[in-house]
Design a protein around this ligand. Structure first.
Ligand code: NZQ
Ligand code: ZN
Length: 386
């Protein structure tokens, strides 16, 4: 096992009716900016629960943060924060609203001229404007980590940012919020969380027995609850297990002491930037090709995953590893998630070259757990995913 440091300061309030406790977490004298997305919270009762809990506060609202939070829209919120001297941000939404809020937390205290530089120059935020979250969509884990991904339509870019100043102060996780989520977004959430675990697990063995088993238990739980969540989002037991699995998949715990990959996300983000494909679906497109292309480097963990998750006990390491990739594709297909780029766009020709060109331009020469994948490898992986 590798050496590691682990600190996660986020207070989690988990369970039904926890939104009522919002006022215990936000300072009484705060001037709050309530941030939300396209308006689902106004239809499902979450907005009402939040505003009721905050009735003693000065609250200003900023709605309209789109899926894949858009820089140009966030800049309008940033102006409000500065003009109205907002002291506290409250994100009520899924990964997009929470990530947008993290960007605003960083940008509000950023001294440079152009906040986009935080993303292009990889500026780590050590201090941000304080914020909390009310999660409405289990998927990204953003509610319990310090990372964010921001999109800029003007340049067709989607870039990551983060830093120890960007942990939410608290996150409220009420599993009943999933009752209003459309099936497509539930399937996305399962797929995203599942792939988060794979990014931190599907590398090479390093003797981290506990991390492996925690990772495997998250995968098993997601597989077990997936059909229940999709068919009956009112099933509280399934919803609670789904929600906590998504959070645990990306709160930093399972990546400690082990090699991590994240190349699937790096390539997937480009597919969202270029074609607007849902984040989770881009991962389902890239992951199988990535595992096939890097088969030799990953076959031992693929075989372990085949045995422990999919009960593939017969055959050689290679046979089990191949079965693992097929089982993963079948799992995505059962969620109605397609795994080829051509299933999403007819204009896929040239995509691999474009992504490879972008990675070259950014100097991304060493992706993956061995930090060896070059833009040339990326071109081949994306081509396999057509
Ligand atoms: O905008 P509203 O009206 O809220 O509707 C949203 C949106 O249309 C809807 N929704 C959310 N909660 C709902 C609901 N509809 C009904 N009932 C509810 N309770 O769902 C749609 C998608 O929401 P979004 O926030 O975009 O989804 P998700 O949570 O999957 O977030 C995706 C974003 O997170 C980034 C992705 O790249 C993408 O931009 N990620 C962030 C990560 C992080 N910070 O750690 C890691 C991930 O790998 C990912 O990259
Ligand atoms: Zn993801």
């Amino acid at each position: 096992m590798n050496n590691f440091e682990y600190q996660n300061p986020i207070k989690i309030l988990f369970g039904e009716n926890q939104i009522e406790n919002l006022s215990k977490e936000i300072p009484k004298d705060a001037k709050v900016l309530l941030l939300y997305g396209g308006g689902s919270i106004k239809q499902n009762g979450i907005y009402e629960q939040v505003t009721t809990a905050l009735k003693e506060y000065k609250v200003i609202e900023f709605g309209g943060i789109p899926a894949n939070p858009e820089y140009a829209i966030l800049i309008n919120a940033l102006k409000m924060i500065k003009e109205l001297e907002i002291t506290y941000l409250l994100a009520v939404g899924g990964g997009s609203v929470i990530d947008g809020t993290k960007f605003l937390s960083a940008a509000a205290l950023y001294k440079g001229d152009t906040p986009w530089d935080i993303l292009t120059n990889n500026i780590r935020t050590t201090k941000g404007l304080p914020f909390g979250t009310v999660l409405t969509l289990p998927a990204t884990g953003s509610e319990m980590n310090s990372g964010a991904v921001i999109t800029r339509d003007e340049t067709k870019e989607k870039l990551a940012m983060g830093g120890p100043g960007l942990f939410p102060q608290f996150s409220i996780l009420d599993p009943t919020v999933i009752q209003s989520i459309p099936k497509r977004q539930l399937a996305n959430g399962i797929t995203d969380a599942f792939t988060h675990v794979l990014e931190q697990y599907m590398t090479y063995p390093i003797g981290a027995l506990l991390q492996d088993r925690i990772a495997e238990s998250i995968l098993q739980t997601l597989i077990e609850v997936a059909p229940k969540v999709i068919n009956d989002p009112k099933d509280y037991k399934a919803a609670a297990n789904f929600m906590w699995s998504c959070t645990m998949a990306l709160n930093g715990l399972i990546q400690k002491g082990v090699p991590t990959d994240w190349a699937v996300h790096a390539m997937g983000h480009e597919l969202t930037a270029l074609f607007g494909i849902d984040h989770a679906r881009t991962l389902a497109v890239i992951a199988p090709s990535h595992y096939r292309y890097n088969f030799n480097a990953k076959k031992e963990k693929l075989a372990q995953y085949a045995e422990r998750i999919w009960n593939v006990t017969e055959g050689t390491t290679e046979e089990k590893a191949n079965a693992a990739i097929e089982k993963t594709e079948m799992f995505f297909h059962a969620l109605d998630i397609h795994t080829k780029l051509s299933d999403y766009t007819a204009n896929y020709e040239g995509t691999a070259q474009e992504i490879s060109r972008r990675f070259t331009e950014r100097g991304w020469n060493g992706l993956g757990e061995h930090k060896k994948l070059t833009p040339n490898d990326v071109e081949k992986i994306v081509t396999l995913a057509y």
